[in-house]
Design a protein around this ligand. Structure first.
Ligand code: TXA
Ligand code: MG
Length: 337
């Protein structure tokens, strides 16, 4: 059998008021088991009909995603989320009211209709109502739950612009709904609601403090897992969210010596808040000192440094404060060899 490469159709849509005609074309493709990349308020997702196992299998193949890594199911509203789970605790209702549509994914016990391929045979399913107008319009039009991981090849940087999606997946998916940049820039917060206390499995755009304000005290996340163990949330997989260049973290003070000593050139440097005097051959990006604004630009910056041919990217360490948790988490994973 030949591995027939398909052509990916890029459909440009307005991020605020997407054309109903374009959205409906994409919705039909999803309903028929095709693969559609679409913007969310965090990063681009790669969607497949969550209740058709063969469609979800195609999605794993397109991404090169290991079968043990479960996929978040996106729905248009909390009612549609409830239809996928066997339990809807008061905490889930409160979190949904506080943060949906928005960058929060809740893990709850799954109903039988959710195929094992979506949840990697886990008894739980991750559900989320995204806030991007294009994502919501697509989900409302398709009227199906849509399994959607980030629209990148497995373990690579998540896409925050249409061209990032095509760079990894052109020819491997049916449609890209291209609405330009995604505003949030890093992925949703994943909170597990199946234990005695809500537990953050992946820090994200909604901080642990914001979740705790709604739910009360949070449980402790399991300590670092070894790559051989079954994973609670494979976002915990060690190397993840990584650019092609080798990424290293270092303090602002050490930055000049660090970039000068680097043999693997060209070298890129990502600074926090303020510029710094560095050799002219270093490709420098200065990101904002505010964690949300930093998150919004992080992946796009790393994509740019990759595209500029950098073999090493040295990133200034970010503060230890909780509001930086999600950014620190992504940087740490990207830096893992
Ligand atoms: O912002 C986001 O969450 C983006 C957009 C597209 O919605 N999606 C995203 O999906 O980042 P993905 O597949 O790249 O990351 C989903 C994370 C992974 O760490 C996965 O292991 C975890 O959520 N996850 C999903 N379902 C799970 C489940 N049933 N149990 C444990 N972890 C789960
Ligand atoms: Mg991902």
């Amino acid at each position: 059998m030949t591995d027939e490469r398909r052509v990916t159709r890029r459909l440009v849509v307005d991020p605020q008021s997407p054309s109903a005609k374009v959205i409906s074309a994409a919705a039909v493709i999803l309903r028929e088991g095709g693969l559609v990349a679409f913007p969310t308020e965090t990063v681009y997702g790669l969607g497949a009909h969550a209740l058709i196992p063969s469609a979800v299998k195609k999605l794993f193949a397109a991404k090169g995603r290991p079968a043990h890594n479960p996929i978040i199911v996106h729905v248009a509203n909390a009612k549609a989320a409830r239809a996928l789970v066997t339990d809807w605790p008061a905490t889930a209702e409160r979190l949904a009211r506080a943060f949906w549509p928005g960058p929060l994914t809740m893990l709850l016990p799954k109903r039988e209709i959710v195929p094992d391929v979506v949840t990697a045979t886990k008894p739980t399913v991750g559900v989320r109502v995204p806030a991007h107008p294009v994502a919501l319009a697509l989900l409302e039009m398709a009227r199906i739950p849509v399994a959607a991981p980030s629209a990148n090849r497995s373990s690579k940087l998540s896409p925050t612009a249409g061209h990032h999606v095509l760079a990894g997946l052109n020819g491997r998916i049916d449609v890209l709904l291209d609405a330009g940049r995604t505003p949030g820039g890093i992925e949703s917060t994943v909170v597990d609601l199946t234990g005695p206390r809500p537990t953050i499995l992946r820090p994200g755009l909604i901080s642990a403090a914001e979740v705790a304000r709604v739910t009360g005290p949070l449980g402790e996340r399991a300590a670092a897992v070894s790559a051989d163990l079954p994973l609670d949330s494979p976002g915990m997989m060690e190397r993840h969210y990584a650019p092609r260049a080798r990424l290293e973290l270092c303090s602002r003070r050490q930055m000049p010596t660090r970039v000068i000593a680097e043999h693997k050139r060209p070298v890129g440097a990502v600074l926090l808040g303020e510029p710094l005097d560095l050799p002219p051959e270093v490709q420098v990006s200065v990101l904002p000192g505010d964690p949300r604004q930093y998150a919004a630009l992080l992946y796009a910056t790393l994509h740019e440094l990759d595209d500029a041919g950098c073999r090493t990217v040295v990133v200034e360490s970010v503060p230890e404060q909780e509001e930086w948790d999600a950014v620190r988490d992504r940087l740490k994973r990207a830096a893992t060899e």
